[in-house]
Design a protein around this ligand. Structure first.
Ligand code: KG4
Ligand code: ZN
Length: 340
């Protein structure tokens, strides 16, 4: 019976998380992530440190994933890995490891596009989570990406809007830095936002054509606003932190929802999925749920551990590509910039 099952080991190393997962068919057997804390001291990811940490983490992380799945490596049908986009040095570690393991075991190697994986994470079998029907719109929001993608099939996707500068997670992290918060600042800003008044301060929304986004102007507006206010009251941040966070979050969600509404109207698609680290945000989740009532949308939010960078999402793409016999050559190389 075992031969009917498809076992995939997946590796993700595109940024600052070293992750490995084992999947049986579309079910996750293990999903291990080693987050690199070394970057906190620098207020952002330091690429060279990230690749070195991946080198240290990759063997124990893969080992843990196999152990937790209770699977012998000789049972594996294929090795999937993130080919890109991401930090080149980081990608190289996962790519080289996956290539050697697949070669050593004599099994297929499957290259995975990180952004496709964030979207296809919705197709992991998970109790209580529904899968979107095609076509649907996927908004991927994280520290490295902000895109709206029209998804017509597993491997038939079109980016219809994306950021022209910072990603939305960067907007959170950079404004958090201005406020003196640690890195990454998104989760704390989200928590504080729930205690503050979202309309206490007004920040400008950027005017960007079509379905594209821009977040760098917001960061600058926040910087000038804070400089101005702290000149008058040096304790301004301390005394108003929750209101400041709530107002920034309100502005960011407004920007995201405006484009999402526009995309839905333009395409006529009312099935809306989100993915990426920022989809953990309570305000975005609430706004999407309101969208169900207000605009008749059906929304899809993946399980929390499949929203931030993880290898289970790489494994589901590996599984789908395995079914199609879509394998990579041993000559495949990592690619920092890879189009969907
Ligand atoms: O997907 P992810 O783990 O890694 C990247 O590919 O970037 O996303 C990390 C980003 C960070 O910018 C972090 O501040 C943000 O997601 N983030 C949040 C929340 N949780 C994580 N932003 C806003 N609200 C949250 N609850
Ligand atoms: Zn990501």
């Amino acid at each position: 019976m075992a031969s009917q099952n498809i076992y995939i080991l997946a590796i993700e190393s595109s940024c600052d998380d070293t992750a490995a997962a084992v999947m049986c068919n579309a079910k996750v057997l293990s999903n291990v992530v080693a987050s690199q804390t070394i970057h906190q001291a620098y207020g952002g990811v330091v690429p060279e440190l990230a690749s070195r940490a991946h080198q240290q983490n990759i063997v124990p992380v893969v080992h843990q994933a196999l152990k937790r799945a209770n699977i012998d490596k000789f049972l594996l049908n294929a090795i999937a890995f993130t080919r890109g986009p991401g930090l080149l040095g980081s990608l190289l570690v996962g790519t080289s490891f996956a290539k050697s393991l697949a070669y050593g075991l004599g099994i297929p190697l499957i290259d995975v596009h990180h952004m496709q994986a964030h979207i296809l994470a919705h197709f992991i079998d998970e109790e209580g989570f529904k899968k979107p029907p095609f076509p649907f719109l996927a908004m991927t929001i994280s520290g490295g990406h902000t895109q709206i993608v029209k998804v017509d099939g597993y491997f038939n996707m079109e980016v219809i809007g994306e950021t022209i500068d910072d990603a939305v997670g960067e907007a959170y992290d950079k404004s958090g830095k201005i406020l003196g918060l640690g890195y990454p600042a998104g989760p704390e800003m989200d928590k504080r936002s729930q205690l503050g008044n979202p309309k206490a301060y007004k920040f400008p929304k950027p005017k960007v054509d079509g379905l594209n986004f821009s977040f760098s102007g917001l960061k600058t507006a926040i910087l000038y606003f804070i400089q101005r206010e702290t000149k008058v009251n040096p304790k301004f941040i301390e005394e108003n932190l929750n209101d400041i966070c709530a107002s920034i979050q309100y502005t960011i969600i407004g920007i995201l929802m405006d484009k999402l509404k526009k995309a839905s109207k333009q395409t006529g698609i009312e099935h809306i999925a989100i993915g990426g680290g920022v989809s953990a945000n309570s305000g975005i989740r609430k706004a999407l749920k309101e969208g169900e009532k207000k605009y008749g949308w059906t929304t899809y939010i993946p399980k929390f551990e499949y929203t931030t960078d993880n290898a289970a999402m790489i494994a589901i793409v590996g599984h789908l590509k395995y079914l199609e016999g879509s394998y990579a050559e041993q000559s495949v190389s990592a690619s920092a910039r890879l189009k969907i």
